[in-house]
Design a binder for this molecule. Structure first.
Ligand SMILES: C[S@@+](CC[C@H](N)C(=O)[O-])C[C@H]1O[C@@H](n2cnc3c(N)ncnc32)[C@H](O)[C@@H]1O
Ligand code: SF4
Length: 346
């Protein structure tokens, strides 16, 4: 269900914008409807009050917990069931963060990502994105939401932007604590810049070589790394927060001196942070995860050469369920043709 249809339903029941706002705020913040300064009986129109229990049940049903997989780092991977029987993954991150999924599957097909191997199954609605946050809030406080789960938010822009607007206005999440992670798309830069709530941007760069990027990210929009960084820089200057460049480190593929030189050329002096994430191994893929020591040496070199670089591990590395795998495993009995592998999320 989309947030626009929830709003339309509330209006049809006699809700004014302030009533609508109250119902959506209580939902996204995970607060019971009958608490707060203004009790529903004194505040909400009768039509809304009468319909609220049934509507609330529908909202709850949009995302239900199938299983939870705690990691040693304080994260927990959640397999989340959607109302039509599909499933996505959300990850509770250390320090009150949450990684949400914006699509079931993904059309971009990055060679090293499990989610991309299934192709796009369907879009996740704006309501289902909020429902992932509400579900997470039943487990822990959520003060940051990153769109780094299954799918590319750029390919589900209307739903994602609708969810971002609610999270940033009524959801008690600071705008720069909403992180939109994408392989990049010209429409993204245009639309994000126009939004009432402007999220922080993470751009999955992975290489400075256009031809290699086309191979690794076969169905990403054809934007060169230079163009991507140029558009990212404009957005960073507009919002006042740096762009996070994501770099999944693949041994022998994008960890050489040539790439280090390329990164310095592209990112030095930019309002940017480079997040290097050693590849999470997927058993039947030929990519190799570099050792932590060599990854650290690359990050240190970049740092010395003037690029702010952070070396990160994906949350819940010890949980055998990088983003996409829990879902694939759960879906396997019903859909035997889907290959099972492993991928990463936040
Ligand atoms: C799963 S994607 C979702 C957001 C968006 N589609 C994107 O690519 O930015 C989030 C991040 O996970 C990274 N990733 C995917 N598979 C990975 C793997 N096997 N190991 C490490 N990082 C991976 C992606 O490169 C991306 O930066
Ligand atoms: S890394 Fe992101 S864009 Fe690429 S296939 Fe995975 S989810 Fe899609």
């Amino acid at each position: 269900m989309q947030l626009t249809s929830i709003r339309q339903r509330l209006r049809a029941l006699g809700a004014l914008p302030l009533h609508e706002q109250r119902v959506l705020r209580d939902w996204v913040q995970g607060r019971p409807y009958d608490q707060g300064r203004r009790r529903p009986n004194d505040f909400l129109p009768l039509g809304v009050r009468t319909a609220l229990p049934a509507l609330d049940a529908e909202l709850q049903a949009m995302a239900r917990l199938i299983s939870s997989h705690p990691g040693e780092d304080g994260s927990a991977r959640l397999l989340v069931g959607l109302a039509d029987g599909q499933a996505v993954e959300s990850v509770l991150l250390p320090r009150d963060g949450l990684c949400v999924s914006s699509q079931v599957g993904c059309a971009v097909g990055c060679q090293f990502c499990m989610t991309g191997r299934e192709g796009l199954i369907r879009q996740v609605s704006s309501g289902e994105i909020i429902a992932q946050v509400v579900l997470a809030r039943t487990q822990r406080p959520v003060k940051k939401v990153v769109f780094m789960g299954m799918g590319d938010p750029a390919h589900n822009l209307d739903n994602v932007l609708e969810a971002i607007e609610l999270l940033g206005t009524e959801g008690n999440i600071g705008h720069k604590n909403l992180v939109f992670s994408t392989v990049g798309d010209p429409r993204v830069f245009e639309r994000l810049a126009q939004g009432v709530v402007k999220p922080a941007l993470a751009l999955s760069l992975h290489t400075t070589k256009p031809a290699l990027r086309e191979q690794l990210l076969p169905r990403a929009p054809r934007i060169t790394p230079e163009q991507l960084v140029e558009a990212g820089e404009q957005y960073a200057r507009l919002t006042g927060y740096p762009v996070q460049y994501q770099w999944t480190l693949l041994e022998g593929i994008n960890d050489g001196e040539d790439e280090i030189d390329g990164i310095v050329r592209l990112l030095k002096g930019k309002y940017a942070v480079l997040n290097m994430i050693p590849y999470n191994t997927i058993p039947d893929l030929a990519f190799k995860r570099p050792s932590w020591e060599s990854a650290r040496a690359i990050a240190a070199t970049l740092h010395q050469r003037g690029v702010l670089t952070k070396l990160r591990d994906s949350a819940g590395q010890d949980v055998d369920g990088g983003c996409g795998q829990l879902r694939a495993r759960a879906a396997a009995p019903a859909r035997r043709t889907i290959a099972i592998g492993r991928a990463d999320a936040a």
